[in-house]
Write a protein that binds this ligand. Structure first.
Ligand SMILES: [Zn+2]
Length: 141
């Protein structure tokens, strides 16, 4: 695949994932409710004990976020720091950023195969629902 097509595919993967989060994952109220940083740090420790594979847990910090396409967004800096923007302090965004910290930098199939099981285990999403969403992108969990 040419570099241009690789970039286009990555951009498409990101658009698809953000759309799924905005339009489909939003209906799980508790997973999208605003949480305290103390709650989110405690959940991150639980996730890491179960799935961290012995890596150091990144620090989980409140911050302004980075500007991306006109809005502030949360991010994972390398594998060591997660910054949650004001409107992103919820379980779904935390699990998204922890997925980056577990390895996949991009939002392709590998990301989906790590992120969606975390959503099932720690955010209460239904397995069949997640499998159906992943299948629309050609990904098997
Ligand atoms: Zn991401």
């Amino acid at each position: 695949m040419s570099a241009k097509r690789v970039r286009a595919r990555r951009a498409s993967d990101t658009r698809w994932l953000y759309r799924v989060e905005d339009e489909m994952f939003r209906y799980n109220g508790p997973a999208n409710a605003e949480r305290s940083m103390a709650f989110l740090r405690a959940l991150a420790r639980r996730v890491w004990r179960a799935c961290g594979n012995g890596r150091a847990l990144p620090s989980i910090n409140a911050g302004a976020g980075l500007r991306w396409q006109g809005r502030l967004t949360s991010y994972c800096a390398g594998f060591t720091e997660i910054v949650l923007a004001r409107h992103h302090r919820n379980i779904v965004v935390l699990l998204h950023e922890l997925t980056h910290a577990l390895g996949p930098c991009l939002h392709g199939p590998k990301f989906i195969r790590v992120y969606f099981p975390l959503l099932q285990r720690f955010a209460g999403y239904n397995r069949w629902f997640l499998e159906g969403v992943a299948a629309t992108r050609g990904v098997r969990l």
